[in-house]
Write a protein that binds this ligand. Structure first.
Ligand code: GTR
Length: 431
């Protein structure tokens, strides 16, 4: 049946109005965020060392079983369980050259992932110091707007996948544009990193899984259609788990490169990608250091503090980041069988670094710190020191041993100051 044009326009108008209304209704359903420390009432945290039978682990040799239990719980209730089936991973070098006044060697790969159901290509760039021999260590992390945004080098390829429309970046029609080449370079101080002997490896997060709610169908989810989360299968992987799984596939490729030391790869991420680096690092022990910058709710911050963003709001704004089951904890954090300190504990004894920014109350700097503090008994059991005190340090001071932390003066971002602390941390642990 065809419908006259004016009726179609009126109908589309109604649809748009309806969508806008339901969006604002959804936002209203999320409670007002608390950013007042005096209003924080935190219910008791689960003890990471307590077994299901109520006894407490006192021997390091019992930790691996307990760690596996936490990983299972966190997967099931928060990020969702990733498929155990494998995808075939192959890669090709599609471009290489020098940049940064010849101080940086650039290699661009396309990583192909394939299952019986689908295939997916990820553009992957490796930027190493232009020197012979192995690099000192590698920082692997995803970027938000495309590999071409991390540096102004004209050779960096534009993503072909979905990109968020944004009046600031000038992106319309969900396609990457030249206009933002180099626009994120403050977040990726490549020259400084290479000067200290380290490499940077990155891919655009949308190549792995587009960042919008499509019912878990596109991106990596298309590779495993039988594993899709739904109202019947509420514990299956969401988008953060997809990005984390993608980081592990990039790691598969990275460790095959002759100049990369597979024992010295740190996984790093900012904000939603900091939540991602924590989950990638907790689940994949090949990452020898894990770094989460301003990761906030669903990242390092303790959910039971209910400070800043909190569970109900993140599940309302970004329902696709977590598994549907995580919604059971909207305004119900004390019922969570875990909290984010158990996520950090799953990284032990590998070093983990958490960073906050003083003006980023939305991400709850104190909650990010305390998570590290409450994970520290696990590090101690395993023979290492975590954080030194229950009291967070003054701003811009880096503290901790195997659990590192700083609270940079300023807003939600990842800047040279943060990278300097991460490289100092890597210098110490990768001696
Ligand atoms: C915000 C979100 C945060 C954080 C941030 C980001 O809108 O509330 O959880 O992840 O986005 O990733 O930039």
């Amino acid at each position: 049946m065809s419908c006259p044009l004016h009726e179609r326009i009126i109908f589309l108008g109604f649809l748009t109005l309806f969508a806008a209304l339901s969006d604002s209704v959804a936002m209203c359903q999320a409670p007002k965020a608390n950013e007042d420390e005096s209003l924080v009432v935190m219910s008791p945290l689960p003890d990471p060392l307590l077994r299901v039978d109520g006894t407490r682990i006192t021997d390091a040799k019992d930790w691996p079983v307990q760690r596996a239990r936490w990983l299972q719980i966190i997967a099931e209730h928060e990020y969702g369980i990733a498929p155990t089936e494998k995808a075939a991973v192959t890669w090709e070098l599609v471009e290489q050259g020098l940049m940064n006044n010849d101080k940086t060697k650039r290699q661009q790969f396309v990583v192909h992932l394939k299952t019986d159901a689908a295939s997916l290509d990820i553009d992957f760039v490796l930027l190493t110091p232009n020197q012979p021999g192995k690099v000192r260590g590698t920082f692997l992390g995803l970027n938000f707007q495309g590999n071409h945004t991390i540096d102004s080098s004209p050779a960096l390829r534009l993503p072909k996948s979905w990109v968020a429309n944004d009046s600031k970046t000038g992106v319309t029609e969900n396609r990457a544009t030249e206009s933002i080449r180099g626009a994120q370079d403050r977040r990726w101080p490549i020259a400084e990193i290479n000067e200290r002997g380290y490499a940077v490896a990155t891919a655009y997060y949308g190549d792995i899984d587009p960042d919008f709610d499509d019912g878990f169908k596109n991106g990596v989810h298309s590779l495993f259609p039988l594993h899709r989360a739904s109202s019947e299968n509420r514990e299956r992987w969401g988008t953060i788990a997809g990005w984390a799984w993608g980081l592990s596939r990039l790691m598969d490729v990275l460790i095959q490169q002759p100049n990369i030391d597979p024992d010295k790869v740190a996984v790093i991420g900012h904000s939603r990608l900091g939540k991602t680096s924590l989950w990638a690092g907790a689940s994949d022990p090949r990452f020898s250091i894990v770094i989460a910058n301003n990761s906030g709710c669903g990242g390092a911050a303790l959910e039971r503090r209910n400070f800043g963003e909190a569970v109900a709001r993140i599940n309302t704004s970004f329902p696709h980041w977590f598994c549907p089951k995580f919604q059971d904890y909207n305004q119900n954090e004390s019922a969570m069988p875990f909290d984010q300190h158990t996520l950090l504990a799953c990284i032990a004894p590998r070093p983990v670094y958490i960073a906050s920014a003083t003006k980023d109350l939305w991400a709850d700097p104190k909650g990010e710190y305390l998570s590290g503090w409450y994970a520290s008994p696990v590090y101690q059991l395993l023979g290492y020191n975590g954080l030194p005190s229950e009291v967070p340090p003054a701003s811009d001071i880096s503290v901790g041993d195997r659990v590192g932390y700083h609270n940079r003066t300023g807003t939600h971002d990842i800047l040279s100051f943060d990278w300097q602390q991460y490289m100092n941390f890597a210098d110490r642990h990768w001696k």
